[in-house]
Ligand binder design. Structure first.
Ligand SMILES: [Mg+2]
Ligand SMILES: [Zn+2]
Length: 187
């Protein structure tokens, strides 16, 4: 039996669901649309006994563009959709603060990761953060897990090549990332 748990942290927008317009926000439940294959990918992670935790900046709340209640409704829609696909999340963490608030949770800071994990020991080497931005890659590396960049969000391969921090690997989307994760950790 494995002694330490493995965790896959997921960014939400651009990974699980389609991104809003550039620099925009998912402001209500009707704007939340699953990415093809993302629910199946999460189910595969469940079956492979990874913990699955969402780590998402939702700054639009702090900016007053949508409310906590809207965010709750969006989350409910996501959870219902996942449930229908027999996929489950172990935790969802949002940073809802304004960028100027100086909080410790807004990615690329690692406050949300630390809070999500608590004092539980986990297998850093076989844990991952899947995101679509340079900020996500930076956050993953700052927290000491492998960073995977997906091409289903704002960045294409040529954009990623210009990042100062490089992901451990690039995948087409969450499903492709998860297939590779599962192959990689299977010993
Ligand atoms: Mg994103
Ligand atoms: Zn925050």
């Amino acid at each position: 039996m494995r002694s330490k748990r493995r965790i896959v942290f997921l960014d939400r927008d651009g990974v699980i669901n389609k991104n809003p317009v550039y620099r925009g926000y998912i402001k209500n439940r009707s704007e939340f649309k699953f990415m093809p294959g993302s629910r199946m990918a999460i189910r595969m992670l469940n079956e492979a006994e990874f913990r699955v935790i969402i780590i998402s900046n939702q700054t639009g709340v702090g900016k007053g563009l949508y409310s906590k209640e809207d965010l709750k409704n969006i989350t409910e829609k996501m959870l219902k959709g996942l449930q229908r696909s027999k996929a489950k999340l172990d935790k969802i963490c949002y940073c809802i603060h304004h960028p100027d608030a100086g909080c410790l949770c807004r990615k690329p800071k690692t406050g949300m990761f630390k809070k999500a994990v608590g004092k539980v020991k986990f297998d850093h080497k076989n844990s991952f953060f899947v995101g679509d931005t340079e900020r996500d890659t930076l956050a993953g590396h700052s927290f000491g897990v492998k960073a995977i960049a997906v091409l289903s969000g704002y960045n294409k391969r040529k954009d990623i090549k210009k990042w100062e921090v490089q992901p451990d690997f690039i995948a087409k989307d969450l499903l492709a990332a998860v297939k590779r994760i599962i192959l990689q950790v299977k010993v």
